[in-house]
Design a protein around this ligand. Structure first.
Ligand SMILES: Cc1cc2nc3c(=O)[nH]c(=O)nc-3n(C[C@H](O)[C@H](O)[C@H](O)COP(=O)(O)OP(=O)(O)OC[C@H]3O[C@@H](n4cnc5c(N)ncnc54)[C@H](O)[C@@H]3O)c2cc1C
Length: 328
């Protein structure tokens, strides 16, 4: 059993930023990451371009300078590796946190490799590991994917993309370029506001030129081995289909959060972990949440751009609490 003052679960940009802030203030901090550093970014589509400019993605006062207006995935991987090296963060990579139990004001954390005890815990586990699932017959077929990596395998294949947001449009553009027959089925009646304005003209031009089939108000009702059925304006259509990319979003691992004792609140604004908006402390004393996880199902409100500031706020709260000695 190892004892550390503070543990951060998750080595994404927001977990790393929290680790930097804590280290700067003299808090002994360990990051435990189930994969590699910035695992979610590593798992983005290979050729992904960020919608944020590089300065907005920078953490720990290390400038992120790239020639283009928006950085690419690979540039971000290099950048975050350098940040970790510069700040000499203590990170245990490829170690998954399995359970967290709180006994006598201390958290006991069991991972795939060891057991730790800490007084302060920050959960920064993101959402990318848990995709939303379609509730239709055939959703479990192996041809239905939730992560798009590269377009090449889908050359000359009938591909349906479900969704109409950035990830769907990005995938459609790459797949069309690689020679896939692309159909996009979107429940909305028009392109959502959140679409990156610099990719929409290209996409719309491909739709106008019938290189991509775009259907609004289209709801998938069944996925078969070789076709897909959808409903549009009260009519049912069936089109040939080899692969489906269901780009319908992701959500935090609520079971894991609840196993720690963190309450999950559902109201008219959506579903999210209960936390103090001023400190990011959850209903479990000394347990904080950082990064996109704080947004719950509404992941479009917290990104790296703003989630990177949670660490500083949490650190201030920890410093205040540290003035009170821990009773054993
Ligand atoms: C394609 C794409 C493009 C995007 N572009 C942008 C952009 O341009 N600008 C922007 O600001 N945001 C962008 N985002 C959103 C951004 O990626 C997320 O907001 C960001 O990754 C959140 O950081 P985080 O540290 O909160 O979580 P994550 O980056 O998801 O990190 C969470 C980490 O926790 C680890 N973890 C999970 N469970 C455990 C466990 N039990 N034990 C140990 N480790 C665990 C995961 O492996 C992961 O590394 C984009 C997202 C996608 C999918």
């Amino acid at each position: 059993m190892q004892t550390v003052e503070s543990i951060i679960i998750g080595g994404g940009p927001c977990g790393l930023s929290a680790a930097i802030e804590q280290k700067r203030k003299g808090i002994e901090t360990l990051v435990i990451e189930k994969g590699n550093v910035v695992n979610a970014i590593y798992n983005y589509p290979t050729h992904q371009t960020f919608f944020s400019s590089s300065d907005k993605l920078s953490i720990g006062d290390i400038p992120f300078i790239v020639e283009d207006s928006k950085p690419h995935r690979n540039q971000a991987l290099v950048y975050y590796r350098e940040v970790v090296k510069h700040h000499q963060l203590r990170i245990n990579a490829f170690e998954e946190v399995l359970t967290v139990k709180k006994i006598n004001n201390r958290f006991t954390i069991t991972t795939t490799k060891d057991v730790y005890q800490c007084r302060f815990l920050t959960v920064a586990t993101g959402y990318y590991g848990h995709h939303n699932t379609l509730e239709v017959e055939g959703a479990e077929l192996s041809k239905v994917k939730h992560y798009f990596k590269e377009a090449h395998p889908y050359f000359d294949q009938n591909v349906v993309i479900i969704g109409g947001k950035n990830s769907a449009v990005d995938a459609a553009l790459e797949l069309e370029k690689a020679g896939a027959n692309v159909t996009v089925l979107y429940r909305g009646e028009a392109y959502p506001q959140a679409i990156k304005p610099w990719i929409l003209p290209n996409f719309e031009s491909l739709v106008r030129n019938e290189k991509i089939n775009m259907h609004f108000n289209a709801e998938v009702i069944k996925i078969n081995e070789n076709s897909i059925e959808y409903k549009q304006d009260d009519q049912i259509f069936e089109i040939p289909n080899d692969y489906v990319f269901a780009m319908i979003g992701y959500h935090p691992d609520y079971d894991f959060l609840e196993s720690i004792g963190i309450e999950i609140n559902t109201n008219e604004f959506g579903t999210a972990p209960v936390h103090n908006k001023e400190t990011y402390e959850t209903n479990v004393e000394n347990c904080y949440i950082a990064g996109v996880i704080a947004a719950g199902n509404d992941a479009n409100t917290i990104f790296i751009e703003n989630g990177k500031y949670h660490g500083g706020i949490i650190t201030q709260s920890i410093l205040t609490k540290k003035q009170t000695p821990l009773e054993s």
